[in-house]
Ligand binder design. Structure first.
Ligand SMILES: Nc1nc2c(ncn2[C@@H]2O[C@H](COP(=O)(O)OP(=O)(O)OP(=O)(O)O)[C@@H](O)[C@H]2O)c(=O)[nH]1
Ligand SMILES: [Mg+2]
Length: 239
């Protein structure tokens, strides 16, 4: 068993899941993987079950229905905290996050002393995104500016979903209080970690748009984030 768990939430990722699992297991460092699948109709979990015979460090949790990325991660975090993992990493299944960057994220915590590290697309005003159309890029970049402005959080890429948390960070966050499902979930996790004075480090990564499978992004996820950060800020001020 590794001391580091990579959590991969999946919904209909049959085109990506096998390759991403193999890419993680081919890294120089040994990672465990937990796939949290929401009963994908395309049979993603069947592929994982087949691979489990080959990879003893591959774990699978199947939830009954699609209830969003946020709760899938919370499910995974609780699972990890019940075991002995010291580092817990969030990663998408669609290769937008490069598995070759996993060790960099891990080192930012293990060697450089961060409590949580972020694979950042927008570090120091650069934009490291490949294959996104202008609309998507514009939206994401200005969303990160907007979030920084409203919350005053000193992080460039607040909506990033490629993050490594030390166990103690997750232990200190009331996971059941987090109700957001999409980008807002990622923002709130970072906001809460920062508010609790945990040290963060952003490492620069290149984000590539998915080549296979379909996006689960929706207008409701965007509006949740837009209003969610305002809600979050007010809640904090009222405390
Ligand atoms: N378990 C679970 N996983 C989800 C859910 N929604 C999205 N995912 C997974 O979360 C990861 C990110 O979702 P994407 O659809 O790639 O969302 P995105 O990265 O914002 O959108 P794209 O850039 O278009 O890919 C992928 O691995 C998805 O399969 C969900 O409701 N439940
Ligand atoms: Mg994606």
């Amino acid at each position: 068993m590794s001391n580091t768990l990579v959590i991969i939430p999946t919904y209909n990722e049959k085109e990506n899941i096998e390759a991403i699992i193999k890419a993680v297991f081919s890294q120089e460092m040994l990672f465990d993987i937990l796939v949290v699948d929401d009963n994908s109709p395309d049979g993603t979990s069947k592929i994982v079950q087949r691979l489990q015979k080959e990879f003893p460090n591959l774990f699978l949790e199947i939830r009954n229905e699609k209830t969003g990325l946020g709760t899938a991660y919370i499910h995974g975090f609780k699972w990890a905290l019940n075991k002995n993992y010291e580092y817990i990493i969030e990663m998408d299944a669609d290769f937008s996050h490069n598995p070759n960057d996993l060790i960099k994220l891990y080192n930012a915590c293990d060697k450089d002393g961060a409590d949580f590290s972020i694979g950042s697309r927008y570090l120091n005003n650069s934009i490291n995104v490949v294959n996104w159309d202008f609309k998507r890029l514009f939206l994401s970049y200005f969303a990160s500016r907007y979030v920084k402005f409203i919350t005053q959080i000193p992080i460039f890429d607040t909506t990033a979903g490629f993050v490594c948390y030390k166990r103690k960070v997750l232990e200190n966050i009331e996971l059941d209080e987090i109700k957001f499902v999409g980008y807002a979930f990622q923002i709130e996790m970072k906001f809460k970690s920062w508010k609790r004075n945990f040290k963060h480090k952003e490492v620069s990564v290149i984000f590539t748009d998915r080549k296979k499978g379909t996006s689960k992004m929706s207008a409701s996820i965007i509006s949740e984030a837009v209003f969610g950060v305002i809600k979050m800020r007010f809640r904090e001020l009222l405390k």
